[in-house]
Design a binder for this molecule. Structure first.
Ligand code: GDP
Length: 194
């Protein structure tokens, strides 16, 4: 996809604050520090659009980015950061859950995992939950540049196995550093958002 425009629109802390207008939405989900902001920046070729930071758990809100004036990419709060107080974590869970369950504009979820490691228990839990709710899902395994080609391929099979992906469920090897996999991710997003 040719990204003509990408702009940050709003951060919301509850469903009632989500934009009106009915444009399609594609959500990005993953644990804190997995590389979600870097992926978003790379997708739209805008370095500073989504803030990247080494401080996991930085954001607790849903962040809306309007792409080509035609759909939203919605950056969900990262999960699984141990230092966040239990009470806050539960709050995030509720926001993500109600968004994923109730937001009618939502067309699909890109779940981001780290290609270097097997998916975590929380990655598995989220994936099972998405499946249970019959949400279209694509898994993107990022940081591929940190592995050799053959190790990357091996780890990709581990991701497929641990998340119990169906054969027709998209699984993309990605690197925000090199741009590997970018076109494949756009293909999935385009399919959902048009
Ligand atoms: P977020 O918390 O999920 O938004 O993660 P960030 O995008 O802030 O990335 C966390 C760290 O991983 C940062 O230091 C990034 O530079 C690094 N990172 C993210 N994606 C990649 C990638 O594809 N390759 C490499 N080598 N580093 C990455």
């Amino acid at each position: 996809m040719n990204t003509v425009s990408a702009e940050f629109v709003i951060s919301v802390a509850s469903l009632s604050q989500c934009p009106a207008g009915g444009l399609p939405e594609v959500a990005l989900a993953g644990r804190s520090n997995v590389g979600k902001s870097s992926l978003l920046n790379r997708l739209v070729n805008r370095r500073g659009l989504a803030r990247t930071s080494n401080t996991p758990g930085r954001t607790q809100m849903l962040n809306y980015f309007l792409i080509n004036q035609s759909f939203y990419l919605v950056d969900l709060p990262g999960y699984g950061y141990a230092k966040v107080p239990e009470k806050m974590r539960a709050g995030w869970g509720r926001l993500i859950q109600s968004y994923l369950e109730k937001r009618r504009e939502l067309r699909g979820v890109i779940q981001i995992v780290d290609l270097r490691h097997p998916p975590t228990a929380q990655d598995v839990q989220l994936h099972e939950w998405l499946k249970y709710h019959r949400l279209p899902t694509a898994v993107v395994a990022t940081k591929a540049d940190k592995l050799s080609r053959s190790q990357g391929q091996k780890n990709l099979q581990v991701v497929r196995r641990v998340l119990c992906l169906d054969e027709n469920e998209p699984l993309v090897m990605f690197s925000a550093q090199t741009g590997q996999g970018k076109e494949e991710v756009w293909q999935v997003i385009e399919q959902w958002s048009t």
